[in-house]
Design a protein around this ligand. Sequence first.
Ligand code: SF4
Length: 237
Amino acid sequence: MKIAGIIKSSFIDYPGSAAVVIFLGGCNFSCGYCHNPEIVRGSEAEIEVPDFLEFLKKRRRFVDAVCISGGEPTLYGEELYELIARIRELGYRIKLDTNGTAPVLLRRLLEAGMVEHAAMDVKGPWEKYAQIVREGGAMVSRVQESLALLMEQAEASEGAFTFELRTTVCRELLDAADIENMARQLSGASCWYLQTFKRQGALLDEAGAYSAYSPEEMERLRAAAEAAGTVKSVRVR
Ligand code: SF4
């Protein structure tokens, strides 16, 4: 397992809690706008798991939760399950960031109560997945399965498990019709973030042209999505 990066204290990654964030290297998608090319390619510096667990032991008094992000953490399969189990033994709550391509592992984690909060990327309307993720577009049915699982679990858990959906919105990839289409496809979800694309250093697609909508345009997209009445809360960030 490659822990490719760490944020020792974050107040924005876990709703309502201070959290440690780790980034696991590697991804099975290749979104052109991805601003973590080093992590996706797994070329960042590694932190060994035992060192990380030692760090967490000392941190428990100050931090309540651990966010596991990537890259795509679920690529690690059983190793991820074991890591989460070890972190939970130390008394932390878990947030998992995922692109939704591992519904079998996700089901195991959810049914075992190993994750309190999840954030799943929804890259675009199902029909545009291949264009946006570039590699791995055929896995869209797995993302659909994961979405259904998250909804099921959130409903069954009566508040013990929550999740959010998030979509990076680039002018070149998504337009108003796409967002309205997505609102229909995500029907029943409670929380969907439209994330304004931000250029921060190198992108995975070095040659690609990606740009952001203005704040006013993002607000119009948000309002259109909310007007569909299918997702409880649509927010821009
Ligand atoms: S933005 Fe795409 S390529 Fe980058 S980590 Fe997320 S799913 Fe992987």
